[in-house]
Ligand binder design. Structure first.
Ligand code: IMP
Length: 201
């Protein structure tokens, strides 16, 4: 049995309730108890790297070190083609200290308008880092391509979901229920790569 599943619980190294909810649902069938970093009183490290993989690694390793347990972190964000990949690793920060995603989505719309952009192509990217307290860390990446659509639509999900229409669909992620988003999201794809590696399927 590999070192990551020779344990009965994992720490989810995130303070983002939207991500914790999605990761909990993805991990539920694996018979692992999941502990949120906030519930364990772990601090939220500053994201000082300029890549998704760098920040995912930093968060997972900080939680594994502080808790002595296997820890899973997600770093993710929205990359807009016409904005050179922005907001990218700054996706959460565009919402400011109040985590106001209505304002963040409006900033994306304004910046596209200011550029006279005709192409509203974008992708959500997710890198998962799985860190063992003894030192090994593995990384897994997933993405979903789509198009941005304004004004925001839908009540489900979190973050930029109300403006993101995945390729081949007409509804935004926020108009889909959790299961429909889970069938195609960047997080679910990174998760599938992780489970294939760790659980063998
Ligand atoms: P971080 O990974 O904690 O830096 O935050 C990533 C940010 O990207 C989130 O706060 C959201 O704004 C955005 N994001 C990541 N995944 C999703 C998603 O599935 N839907 C909508 N927004 C997302």
């Amino acid at each position: 049995m590999n070192v990551f599943i020779r344990t009965d619980s994992w720490v989810l190294a995130s303070h983002n309730p939207g991500k914790i909810k999605e990761l909990e649902a993805l991990l539920a069938p694996r018979g692992l108890t999941v502990l949120g970093a906030g519930a364990l009183g772990l601090p939220e490290p500053e994201e000082t790297e300029n890549s998704f993989s760098g920040n995912a690694r930093l968060k997972a390793e900080a939680a594994a070190h502080a808790s002595g347990r296997v820890s899973l972190a997600d770093d993710s964000g929205l990359s807009v083609d016409a904005l050179g990949g922005a907001p990218g690793v700054y996706s959460a920060r565009w919402a400011g200290p109040d985590k106001d995603f209505t304002a963040a989505m409006e900033r994306v719309r304004r910046e596209l308008e200011a550029k006279g952009a005709k192409d509203f192509g974008a992708r959500f990217v997710c890198v998962l880092a799985l860190a063992h307290p003894d030192g090994e860390t593995r990384l897994y990446e997933g993405e979903v391509r789509g198009t941005l659509s304004f004004p925001p639509r839908g009540e489900h999900g979190f973050g930029y979901d109300p403006v993101f229409v995945p390729e081949g669909h007409e509804l935004t992620f926020a108009q889909m229920d959790a299961a429909a988003k889970r069938a195609m999201s960047h997080r679910a794809r990174a998760f599938a790569a992780m489970t294939a590696d760790v659980f063998g399927a």
